[in-house]
Design a protein around this ligand. Structure first.
Ligand SMILES: C[S@@+](CC[C@H](N)C(=O)[O-])C[C@H]1O[C@@H](n2cnc3c(N)ncnc32)[C@H](O)[C@@H]1O
Length: 263
């Protein structure tokens, strides 16, 4: 399963980036990023697919966000080997409180490695895995009126799934809470984020040092009318309306225009 494109792998990144983290989280992450085989639920150690992980920079950014926001509850969609989980758990331990929920129906595919991280780090009481697809899982969490001050979306990367993940995460997000989407290099994610930017003014986008994510903070209730809809730019940055009503030769640019005019 190919989750991350080559360009998204932080090969140049060094373990120094992990210096804000305390033990045993830092050592656990160094071992994982070094590609050392990790313990699976079958008792065997398994090699990790190095494409399936967040970067150290993003992890430390999530850690710092949680250290600042001191969330009581955090949520992530997409556990895999548990890289992002380790950063969340490190912040919970340093904050002295909090519970992290991971949603992922395919832990067996990852040898149960992500699930075991919390136990290995003595954080089992602060961790819950929901082995379900995100859409039913988040709907059930909403039924139970659970809320999460920080949500990280890194599960199924199809446009419609990501948009539904955001919509449901927004339901679970209290005022002042954060929803973060990973993998902005993917057109499907950029398109979902374009919708959020244009239509979800109950969320404000926050600046981050990373172009690989989009991060939003809840600032209002969702007070849109039932038929609210604002056209949103496509992944090339142009509004769809521009594409629909503009002749193709104009969209193709100056060279085509010159050819059309016979110059
Ligand atoms: C890119 S990986 C997550 C990496 C993880 N955040 C980390 O940093 O280690 C994507 C994960 O999403 C999970 N996934 C795929 N479809 C899903 C769905 N519908 N709901 C929840 N998780 C899903 C996959 O099993 C996989 O573990």
């Amino acid at each position: 399963m190919l989750w991350k494109k080559q360009q998204n792998i932080d090969r140049s990144s060094s373990d120094e980036v992990l210096s804000p983290l305390t033990e045993p989280f830092r050592t656990a992450l160094i071992s994982m990023y070094a590609g050392e085989p990790q313990l699976g639920s079958d008792g065997e150690r398994h090699k990790l697919d190095e494409k399936v992980r967040i970067s150290r920079e993003l992890g430390v950014w999530l850690y710092n966000l949680c250290r600042d926001a001191k969330p009581k509850a955090t949520l992530e969609i997409g556990l895999a080997y548990g890289y992002s989980t380790v950063y969340f758990l490190a912040a919970i331990r340093d904050n002295g409180a909090g519970c992290h929920t991971a949603v992922d129906p395919y832990q067996s595919h990852w040898h149960g490695i992500g699930q075991l991280q919390a136990q290995s780090l003595s954080m089992g009481d602060n961790f819950r895995l929901i082995e379900e697809k995100s859409v039913p899982a988040l709907a059930h969490l909403a039924d139970r009126a659970e809320t999460f001050e920080v949500t990280f979306i890194d599960g199924n990367h199809k446009f419609d799934d990501v948009l539904v993940d955001f919509t449901l995460s927004a339901e679970l997000c209290p005022m002042g809470g954060f929803v973060i989407l990973d993998d902005m290099w993917m057109p499907s994610i950029r398109q979902a984020v374009a919708f959020i930017r244009s239509n979800r003014h109950d969320f404000e986008e926050i600046k981050t040092p990373m172009s690989s994510i989009a991060a939003f903070r809840r600032i209002h209730a969702d007070s849109r009318e039932w038929d609210h809809y604002v056209e949103f730019p496509d992944t090339h940055g142009k509004p769809r309306i521009f594409r629909r009503f503009t002749p193709a030769f104009l969209r193709r640019g100056a060279k085509s225009i010159a050819r059309f005019l016979g110059t």
